[in-house]
Every structure is written in structure tokens, then in C-alpha cells.
Design a protein around this ligand. Sequence first.
Ligand code: NAP
Length: 512
Amino acid sequence: MNRPRRPPRHGRPVHVVIVGAGISGLGLGMALKRAGHHHFTILERADDIGGVWRDNTYPGAACDIPAPLYSYSFAPHTWSQRYAGQQEILEYLRGCADDHGLHDHLRLGTEVREARFDEHTRRWHLRTQNGDTYEADVLVPACGQLSRPSSPHLPGTERFTGRIFHSARWDHGLDLTGRRVAVIGTGASALQIVPQVAKQAAHLTVFQRSAPYVVPRWQRTYRPTSGPLAWIGAKAARLGWWLFNELTVPGLTRRWRTRGFTAFGCAAQLRRQVHDPALRERLTPRDEVGCKRIGISSDYYPAFNEPHVELVTDPVAELTDKAIRTETGSEHPVDVIIQATGFSATEFLASLHVTGREGRTLADHWRGGARAYLGMTVPGFPNMFVLYGPHTNVGAGSVVYMVESQIRYVLDALRVIGRGTRPLLDVRADAEDTFTKEMRHRLGTTVWSACRNWYRGKNGFVTTNWPGQTAEYRRRTRRVNLAHYEPRGPADHPHTPRTPTHPHAPRTPTRS
Ligand code: NAP
């Protein structure tokens, strides 16, 4: 299954640098290997691979879409459960990296601070946190949308004597047994954290700003299988879940009435699981269903029946030395505050200073909101392909499927670049513009535009999500359409040296 294919028919090796060893960066690395392309390096700032599955180690962390769909199609896996836990997913990613021999390509503890396109060498020059430099023909930022925790500043934090941490930076040195714990936020992470913390804490206070829709999680344990049957089973399960999710997409993007089923499922679960009608009322969602990510949990609501679990719906105002004070003035004594407040998803590549042609920076280009043709290419930033960039997240379905579409596109781009047909792929500004207008127009009528959520940027537009079914994205990214790229080749570029100077092997990091 992991047999490398015959080497690609490249005119010359193209060296690729991937920034990030999360699910998308690793996926591209695996696909490159499988395509017989060995000239690549993966730079990862942390000391381990896995991205969000390395970072989110909170109790109860698990996939909230069925794992058979949340895995690479080219590395099917027999999962132990439908909604696999964080550790199993991380092990899967590690196994994939081992099986595909990615370790020789990985540079851990390497944080890229700057990436600059050099017009003379026609390559990307990268600088890391400790001054090491790397060069690449092709740059692939694969930094994810959910890698920057968002921790709102709470007035009074400096005088609070307890502990505070974000859900994605869990303090495993702290035993919550017998403590008074607060969880701020009620998104997908909190839904998994609350039932677990409720088992340990002496008192748990959940601060809810808006109530989420929560539908039952039909967990299932899979029988261990191996051999061809396991492979067929994994493929079939993946196909089935993909089809199911594709059918639910129009409920979000076209506001089909099918969303009513979700609202019904949530209301039924709430009625069945929460005994106190007043509490039920406060847990009832008010937003349009689907406008925030729909929660999947069967043990979140029951936690609120416990006498030591309290729901607070007053907005948090400030911290005192030992408590959280709300805007109505009530005080809630706490020892530990867990901020399950999400991520800065719309600040794509914020920690990476990227400079393209003519000294233009990506930060400038994205001042009015992140934008990229097909979510991947940006005019003036040649041979750069962003993975899981703007407009590539899904409201239903698997991001892994979207990322695989992008991986295919990058492989096609490498063929074009390697053959010399178009050694620099610089997307046309009008192609990016038309694409962005289409996204904004289509997303404006989706349910995601109907409330505050992490999909919308500061400009109010939904920036993270794809407005259709994942099949549409797969179709549109099937091939690189050269008509959408600048017709600039080596001959007509003013700075092109007469003799190509591309070293074939990755440049070893050099101190500058
Ligand atoms: P989230 O969905 O953005 O939820 C953040 C929560 O914090 C929301 O309830 C939000 O309230 C609240 N909040 C934010 N700022 C606040 C403030 N200043 N004061 C009070 N409350 C505040 O974040 P998340 O739960 O970490 O999930 C993010 C995404 O990660 C998910 O949508 C999902 O895609 C992914 N995820 C996936 C899994 C998985 O199983 N695969 C698990 C966890 C997370 P409002 O709703 O009122 O804004």
C-alpha cells in the first residue's frame, strides 16, 4: 500500500519546503514520497509531529467526525472506535510518518520566522528562529487554521492567585481532584472537557456565552481486523461517511430544511437528559442551527444534572484574587480556570513573515482578510501553495478530504514546474479576485454568516470555509489550469540568470 510509485517525469528535481508537520504537512510529505519525489523538507516548530493532535491533550480529546473519514485515503486504518481518541489519532499520524520514511525529511524544533521570495535566484529563502536558513523552489505553508489558541484577556488576571490555561495547552502537572474549576466557553473542546472535569472537580462552573447545539454521539467500538478485509472495510466506511456528510452540506450552505432534523435531535436529547426545566431553558441554543459548529456529545448535558456542576450565563467581567466576577456582580470562587475559548482561525500564517515579489508582504495583501485562489495560491507569491488556507475548512465532512484535494493539486503543480513548462507558478490577480468574490457571494447566503463564530474574520466575511460540497472542491482542484497563472517563464523574467542555479539537494541549514 505504501509502495513508492515510479519517479515522476520531472525535468529537474524541485525542492519543496513544507512548513508544519500537522495532518496536512505530513499528508503532503507522504504523497510526495508515494509519487517518488524525495526532494523535500518539513520544518516543524514543535519537538514532535501531529499539529492539533499533538497540542490538544485535554481529557476527553477525540475526533468529532467519524475516524474512517478523518484519515488519509492512501493510508486506511482500522480504528478502534468510530470517534477515535486524540492518542490513537496521534499514533496513526506517527505510524504514517514512520511507514513513509518521513523522519529523514523532518526538522523538528525549527520555527520558520521569515520566508522571502528572491527574484534573482527565483527561490524561496527561509529563516528560522535561531538564524538557520533554508532554500526552496516551492514553499508550502501547512500551519493549519486551529494552531493559534485564542485566550481573551480577562481584566484582573494579574491578581488571580489560581491557575489559568487554554484547553490546547493543558496543564498535566495539575491534579484537578477536589478543586474548584471553571471552564470558559462551550464549543467543541468544552463539550469534551466538561464531562471529564466534572468527574474530578469538587465544583465545576461552566461559563456559557451562547448555548451550542449538541446532538447525540453514537460511539461504536470496531472489531479489530487485519489484512485485505480491514482495508476494504476502512475504504467502505470512509466512502459511506463521506456520502453522508456530502448530503448534509446543503443544509448549511443552502439553508435546506434538513437542518431542522439537527435542531430536533438536539432538543430531544436536551429534554431526555436534563431534568430541570429552567436549566434546560438556559441550555437551549438561540442561534440558527449550524451557524456554529454542531456539537456531538452524549455526556455533555448529563454533567449539568450533577449537584456540583453549575451553569453561568452572565458574561464574565473580571477576575478577583480567588474568583470570577460576572457583569451582574456575582462572584464564583475558583482555583483553576480553563479557557476553552477557541482559536484565531482567520489569522492565517500570522506568525510567519512572508515577502513575495517586489517586496510585497502577505500581511499587507491580507490586510482586508485572507484570500487565495482555490485557498492555495496568492498573486505575487510564486510557487507558494498554502494548505488548509482560506476557504478550505468544512462545516460538515472532513478537512482531511479537502487537504487531499490540495495535495493532488500541489503534485500537479510540481509536475508543471519540474518540466519547465512554467517554472514559476504565480496566480493571476484577476483569478484570485474572481475566486474571492465568488466565495464571499456564496458564503454570504450560508448559515455561517448568521452569527458570531470562528469562521468569520474581522471584516465580517466567512474566511475559513468552503461554500459547497467537498466533491466540488475536488473537481475544481483536479488540475492546475495554466490560464489562471501569469504567463511568465524563465526567458521573460528580468532577473533570470542565464544558467539555472538550482541546487538539487536541499540546502543544509546555514548560519547567516
Ligand atoms: P470554539 O468552537 O471557537 O468555541 C469557543 C467557545 O468559547 C465558544 O463557546 C465561545 O462563545 C467562547 N468564547 C470565546 N471567547 C469568549 C469570551 N471572550 N468570553 C466568553 N466566552 C468566549 O473553540 P473550540 O471549542 O476549541 O473548537 C474550535 C474548533 O476546533 C471546533 O469548531 C472544531 O472544528 C475543532 N475541534 C475539533 C474537535 C474534534 O473532535 N475533531 C475537538 C475540539 C475542537 P461563543 O459561542 O458565544 O462565541
